[in-house]
Design a binder for this molecule. Structure first.
Ligand code: AHR
Length: 612
């Protein structure tokens, strides 16, 4: 007789269990979520050459393009511009600067694109400018518009281009700013935006926002990962330099081999949360960067602690506070909700072991001013007790499944848990040769994810929050640095991986309480073991066995209250446990292997002693 008892509610499942993690990796922002279509719009991606730009000579025109560092735009961060020289105007649109976008400029029918740019011209140049979205082979114009002739001083121009209904959708297009009339024209911050989510002028791609909403997230860890720390202290995410009009933002070198425009800056992160109706989990720089540099706790760290306090004030302060007033001036009067602040990222890699002291200094200062904020440490600390610890897990699907009970016997008296990065991965070193792997996980990884999420949900009395990482990948070669990612896209289209759909299912169907289930098989006689073949059905019934001997293949066994152990061919164990899964003769996992799982059986001799 099988009895299942599940009528006593256990712990409440954290309402914030599933969230999102974001960092600039794999062109997650520039060439990803951030709507900007022009790559290298402010000519800082390469100091020597206008990369992603090429000269376009139309209708017999002659001329050239080159970087020019001698024409800064006053009171902006725009220091280097593009000089366009026209020696022969020709019979067409003239000499142009063409941008190839982030692996193409995407075009959709009947769609408006907002172009903007700074321009000025020398006294000789009198002609108009033309803006064109054209197929890369030059045979088809998708949209075109005239822009006024620039004057002698820098001025910003905005022009709308519209495609018609017959245009061919795709990303095989480029964007060209052309000048007709002899002389020199200087251009800077050349920008092109498609329609964005909620029509924000400096906003996000609609399809990628929709995909995130499809996971029913509750928070965004911003910005997480190495991007917060930076390759060096100077290259950290320096939030104050990401505020204001985009012409005020210098941009910075990111840790994943390319520059960030910082067009998606702190306020845009927060508006992203607002658009998805989720709350920010703010990660603050904690004085350690990836090259191993760190700031010693004490007076040297004080400016960084103050920076974190300022950042919290930017999110939550009112008009009477310096940084609350700055947020209001930036266009967002209402404060943002904030309950969780994370101090750093993966500080266990700080070989100086300074994190204990750094964390204590941050905690003391933040709790003194904001006692209700919940603080997250990224590594074990002893000087203070954090509210939560951020645990990261990048493992194979089989490892995730086997360790899905990771938190079952965890110390309930310590800090709560934030699983701030996790993923079942099909490759062991996703950061090596990412271009040759990935870009998104398989169905087998999604099964590992599902097992892991069940474990987190069952332990949600201590696992309060979690987020998969990385979330985004631009699938083009040259665009990605990590091989296993949740959501893939090119310039024009996007898709969710199997792991995305596992997340979406768990996000949409999260329970309110855990119902601990006690399953007993009463009156079951101790019976002789099924001799010979025991198939995957054993996994489903979760029966307990003892006196187990494997005669072919291998079995993984979970003794009560213990970790798994494996039994190889010919091996024998007197003590029993639940047969968890089987392997074929080659040792390949039956449940998580890459061939049809029904192919795999293990052969054991065992005594069945009941069920659970
Ligand atoms: O998500 C990819 C990277 O993995 C993150 O930047 C870092 O925190 C982790 O090591």
């Amino acid at each position: 007789r099988l009895t299942v008892k599940a009528d006593q509610p256990g712990a409440r499942i954290s309402p914030m269990l599933y969230g999102l993690m974001t960092e600039e990796i794999n062109h997650s922002y520039d060439g990803g979520l951030y709507g900007e279509l022009i790559q290298n719009r402010v000519f800082k991606d390469d100091a020597a050459n206008p990369v992603h730009w090429s000269v376009d000579l139309n209708g017999g025109a002659a001329g050239s393009i080159a970087l020019d560092a001698n024409q800064p735009i006053p009171d902006t961060a725009l220091t280097t511009c593009l000089r366009l020289d026209v020696s022969t105007a020709g019979t067409g649109r003239g000499v142009g600067a063409a941008n190839d976008g982030y692996w193409g400029i995407p075009v959709k029918p009947s769609t408006s694109y907002r172009a903007s740019f700074y321009a000025k011209a020398d006294d000789n140049f009198k002609g108009p400018l033309t803006l064109t979205i054209e197929s890369t082979d030059g045979t088809r114009v998708a949209a075109q518009a005239a822009a006024p002739a620039p004057g002698a001083t820098w001025k910003k121009y905005t022009v709308t281009l519209k495609t018609d209904a017959a245009v061919t959708e795709g990303s095989q297009y480029r964007f060209i700013v052309s000048a007709k009339g002899t002389g020199a024209v200087w251009l800077n911050q050349i920008s092109l935006f498609p329609p964005t989510f909620n029509n924000r002028p400096n906003g996000n791609r609609i399809d990628l926002m929709d995909l995130q909403a499809g996971m029913s997230p509750t928070f965004l860890r911003l910005p997480g990962g190495n991007y917060l720390e930076g390759g060096s202290i100077d290259e950290r995410f320096d939030w104050k330099k990401t505020l204001g009009p985009i012409e005020q933002r210098p941009g910075h070198q990111g840790p994943w081999s390319y520059r960030s425009t910082d067009g998606l800056g702190l306020l845009e992160f927060l508006e992203w949360c607002e658009d998805l109706k989720i709350e920010p989990l703010l990660a603050v720089y904690a004085g350690y960067s990836l090259d191993g540099q760190h700031i010693e706790p004490g007076p040297a760290l004080a400016p960084f602690v103050q920076d974190a306090l300022d950042e919290i004030e930017y999110l939550t302060g009112d008009k009477n506070t310096t940084w609350g007033a700055r947020r209001i001036a930036d266009g967002h009067p209402k404060p943002f909700p904030l309950h969780y602040v994370e101090i750093g990222n993966e500080d266990e890699f700080d070989k100086s072991a300074s994190y204990d002291g750094r964390y204590a200094q941050f905690q003391d200062a933040i709790k003194a001013k904001y006692p209700k904020l919940q603080l997250i440490a990224t590594s074990t600390v002893t000087q203070r007790k954090p509210d939560l610890i951020d645990d990261h897990f990048y493992r194979t699907a089989a490892e995730m499944e086997r360790d899905s009970g990771h938190y079952d016997n965890y110390d309930r008296s310590g800090p709560k848990i934030f699983v701030g990065e996790w993923a079942s991965q099909d490759v062991s070193t996703p950061w090596v040769d990412a271009d040759k792997k990935g870009p998104t996980p398989s169905l087998s990884a999604a099964l590992g994810d599902a097992a892991w999420m069940i474990g987190m949900e069952r332990n949600s009395d201590i696992v309060l929050m979690s987020c998969y990482a990385p979330m985004f990948v631009n699938v083009n070669k040259g665009a990605r640095q990590w091989a296993v990612n949740l959501i893939g896209y090119d310039a024009n289209a996007s898709f969710g991986s199997p792991s995305y759909y596992a997340q979406a299912m768990f996000g949409a169907n999260k329970g309110d309480v855990v119902l601990p289930a006690a399953v007993t098989l009463a009156d079951a006689p101790v019976q002789p073991a099924p001799k010979g073949k025991v198939g995957v059905g054993t996994w489903a019934t979760q029966a307990e066995f003892k006196d187990i001997q494997v005669t072919q293949g291998a079995a993984s066994i979970l003794p009560a209250g213990d970790v798994h152990w494996a039994l190889g061919p010919g091996e024998w164990k007197q003590d029993g446990g639940v047969l968890q899964q089987s392997s074929n003769a080659n040792g390949t996992d039956a449940l998580l292997g890459d061939a049809a799982w029904t192919d795999y059986t293990y052969h054991v001799k065992a005594r069945k002693i009941g069920g659970k």
